[in-house]
Design a binder for this molecule. Structure first.
Ligand SMILES: Nc1ncnc2c1ncn2[C@@H]1O[C@H](COP(=O)(O)OP(=O)(O)O)[C@@H](O)[C@H]1O
Ligand SMILES: [Mg+2]
Length: 250
């Protein structure tokens, strides 16, 4: 399954992505590929992995490719070097995309990158992508369509608007269709009336969210984040992790 986690910056996308990776690992839904598609490169640290090289670094290197022998295609060069941006770690792999293209024409190299990603993602049971705010990015970078969207909404009204707009953009790009969309209300206690209002504001079109998970503010998450430690160390009984129990099923 290709799962895309979307939402406004700061709502907890990276945190939720890391917690969902943990849920997949706990349920032994492996192998998992986690992709950080947000240029701020935060997913690695949230999973306890320092980032050395991003796929964008390699794309830029490939564009100039000083060491590429004439007999080697760009695709072959990337397949060999992309290992540098792919980190293996305790049952899952992490790929950090890095910054979007800079000046100059990247059409050709981006096509090579897209082909590489499409091939790579086929080797995993689940691929989960921590996206940047919009969905344009995902649709541009890879031809694959997500099987499931996880929309994250926080306590700000704009975070609901962002989700609704992202769903609209996605639907417009895909002939009016949407995959299964789950909603994660992050930073709410269950029964909070604000959560209900924002969930309504985030819905796009007639279809309600397939499932809704209410994740509370969690001191364990804050403590690990503040110490720069991995969210994979979070206690199994932690409220945030528990709130997402069962997400990996159905
Ligand atoms: N449920 C939560 N409990 C405690 N802290 C959280 C929770 N969700 C997010 N945070 C904190 O809020 C900040 C922003 O979260 P982050 O996941 O980086 O957002 P985003 O990826 O959407 O920009 C981080 O410091 C993170 O640790
Ligand atoms: Mg983030």
């Amino acid at each position: 399954m290709l799962i895309a986690v979307v939402g406004k910056g700061g709502v907890g996308k990276t945190t939720v992505t890391a917690l969902l990776v943990r849920r997949l690992l706990l349920a032994r839904h492996v192998p998992v590929l986690a992709i950080d598609a947000d240029p701020s490169n935060c997913l690695g640290p949230a999973l306890g992995i320092p980032i050395d090289r991003t796929l964008a670094d390699l794309r830029d290197l490939m564009r100039d490719a000083p060491d590429r022998p004439a007999s080697m295609s760009h695709a072959e060069w990337l397949a060999i070097h992309a290992e540098d941006a792919l980190v293996e770690h305790n049952g899952f792999d992490l790929l950090t995309m890095g910054h979007p293209e800079g000046a100059g024409c990247y059409c050709f190299v981006n096509n090579v990158v897209r082909a590489y990603l499409d091939r790579l993602t086929r080797s995993y049971r689940h691929v989960i992508v921590d996206c940047e705010a919009g969905l344009e990015h995902l649709s541009r970078r890879t031809a694959a369509k997500p099987d499931r969207l996880v929309s994250v909404v926080g306590r700000a009204k704009m975070s609901a608007e962002t989700v609704r707009r992202a769903l609209e953009i996605y639907s417009n790009l895909h002939d009016g269709t949407l995959p299964q969309v789950d909603l994660v209300l992050n930073g709410f206690e269950s029964g909070d009336p604000l959560a209900t209002r924002l969930a309504e504001a985030a819905a796009f079109g007639e279809a309600p969210f397939a499932r809704t998970f209410t994740v509370p503010w969690d001191a364990g998450v804050s403590a690990l984040d503040g110490a720069g430690r991995s969210l994979l160390e979070l206690d199994l009984s932690s409220p945030a992790l528990s709130a997402l129990a069962g997400w990996e099923g159905a």
